[in-house]
Design a protein around this ligand. Structure first.
Ligand SMILES: Nc1nc2c(ncn2[C@@H]2O[C@H](COP(=O)(O)OP(=O)(O)OP(=O)(O)O)[C@@H](O)[C@H]2O)c(=O)[nH]1
Ligand SMILES: [Mg+2]
Length: 340
C-alpha cells in the first residue's frame, strides 16, 4: 500500500515524512519515497514467544509528493501523476503559524482535485460525443461531471461496484480515500482537532487528525527509553506515528495477519475481506495458486491457549480453505500443493 503526503508547499510534508520514516531528506521540493514500520505489540509478543532469527513488521510505503510551486498555481503534471499512483492521500495542512488558514487550504486543495477530475471526465465525454457514443459510460460520466460541477469530490458520490470498476481506470483524484493531517504548532499537539476542520473534512468524505510534525521529529530523535516521559510532558498518550498509521489503515480498510516460526515472525498487510488464498499470495506469489489449506488460529486464542499445541487440542487452531475470510490478528500456516 502506498500513502502519499500531499499539500501546499511549506505545509510540513517533508518534515513529517522524515519524522515518520526516520530518513533525512532535504527541503528541496522533490518526490521522496520511504517506508514506515507499523508498530504492533502483538508482533512483539509473538517474537518473544518464538524467538525467531528475524522479526519483520508490516510497512506502509510513504511518498512525499512535491506541492504546487506556489499557492494559486495549479498542480503540475508531474505532481498530478505522482498523486495518481498512491492508494490514499494524506493532505498536510499548515496550521503551525498564526497566519495559517488550514480550512481555506483544505477547500482550495480539494478544489484543485475536483477541477482536475472534471477536466478528465469532460475530455472523455468530448471524445465519446465525437464518436456518437451515448452508451453507459457517457451516462456515468455525466453523473460524475454533474457531481464535480456542484463542487463536491467524488468521494461523496455513491457508486455501485459496477460503476466503481467501470470508472477505476480514470484514477479520479477526488475519489481517493483522504486523510486530512492538520500540522499544528508544538504547543497545540495535545489539543483535539478544531471541530470546524473535522466537520469540513467529513463533508468531503475524509477523516482528519491533528499532529505536530516538529514534535514528532523530536520524538523520533530520542532514544526509545526516553520517549514515554517526553510524550507525557507534552500531554500526549502516544506518538503521532501511531495515530497516523491507525488512520491510514482504517482509510484503506487494511488489516494485518501473522506468520510465525523459528526463522521469522512476520506481520503482513491485506485488505479487509481478503480470502486465505489471496493472503497466501502476499507471502509468495506461487502460494496463491498452489494453496491447499491454511491452519488458522487467532492471536488472542493462541495467547489464551499458551501454545499452538494447546490451541489445536482446544479446537482453536483449525483448517480453513481458500475462501476463508482472513481476520485481523489471524496467525496463518499455509499448506501448499504443487503449483498448478
Ligand atoms: N514550527 C514548526 N515549523 C514547521 C513544522 N513543520 C514544518 N515546519 C517548517 O516549515 C518549513 C517547511 O517545511 P517542509 O516540511 O519542508 O514543507 P513541505 O510541505 O515539504 O514543502 P514543499 O516541499 O516545498 O512542498 C520548514 O522550515 C519547517 O521547519 C511544525 O510542525 N512546526
Ligand atoms: Mg517538501
Amino acid at each position: 500500500m502506498r500513502a502519499g503526503l500531499a499539500g501546499y508547499s511549506r505545509s510540513g510534508k517533508t518534515s513529517l515524512f522524515n519524522a515518520l520514516t526516520g530518513l533525512h531528506r532535504g527541503p528541496e521540493a522533490r518526490l521522496h519515497l520511504g517506508a514506515i514500520k507499523v508498530p504492533d505489540p502483538r508482533l512483539d509478543r509473538l517474537s518473544a514467544i518464538f524467538k525467531p532469527k528475524k522479526t519483520t513488521h508490516a510497512e506502509v510505503l510513504l511518498a512525499d509528493l512535491p506541492g504546487p510551486r506556489s499557492k494559486g498555481a495549479s498542480l503540475e503534471a508531474d505532481a498530478l501523476q505522482a498523486l495518481r499512483e498512491v492508494d490514499a492521500l494524506c493532505l498536510v495542512l499548515r496550521a503551525f503559524e498564526s497566519d495559517a488558514d488550514p480550512l481555506r487550504d483544505l477547500r482550495d486543495y480539494e478544489a484543485e482535485l475536483i477541477v482536475s477530475d472534471l477536466a478528465a471526465a469532460e475530455k472523455r465525454m468530448h471524445r465519446l460525443r465525437q464518436e456518437r457514443n451515448a452508451g453507459g459510460e457517457m451516462l456515468e460520466l455525466a453523473r460524475v461531471a454533474a457531481h464535480l460541477e456542484s463542487g463536491s469530490p467524488l468521494r461523496t458520490l455513491t457508486m455501485s461496484d459496477a460503476e466503481e470498476s467501470a470508472l477505476a481506470h480514470f484514477g479520479f483524484l477526488s475519489r481517493k480515500p483522504m486523510l486530512v493531517v492538520v500540522n499544528v504548532a508544538e504547543g497545540e499537539a495535545a489539543k483535539p482537532l478544531e471541530l470546524e476542520l473535522t466537520v469540513a473534512a467529513r463533508a468531503l468524505g475524509a477523516e482528519a487528525i491533528a499532529l505536530s510534525a516538529e514534535v514528532e521529529s523530536e520524538i523520533a530523535d530520542l532514544p526509545a527509553a526516553e520517549q514515554p516521559d517526553y510524550l507525557e510532558s507534552l500531554g500526549l498518550k502516544e506518538p503521532a506515528r501511531a495515530v497516523f498509521l491507525r488512520a491510514v489503515y482504517g482509510l484503506l480498510k487494511e488489516i494485518s495477519f501473522f506468520t510465525v516460526g523459528e526463522d521469522e515472525v512476520r506481520a503482513w498487510t491485506i485488505r479487509r475481506g481478503d480470502r486465505a488464498a489471496r493472503a497466501a499470495g502476499k507471502i509468495h506469489s506461487d502460494l496463491e495458486k498452489s494453496f491447499v489449506r491454511a491452519e488458522v488460529v487467532h492471536y488472542d486464542d493462541f495467547i489464551a491457549a499458551g501454545s499452538e499445541h494447546r490451541a489445536r487440542e482446544t479446537g482453536r487452531l483449525r483448517l480453513e480453505g481458500k475462501d476463508y475470510v482472513v481476520q485481523d490478528g489471524d496467525i496463518l500456516h499455509v499448506r501448499a500443493g504443487r503449483a498448478k
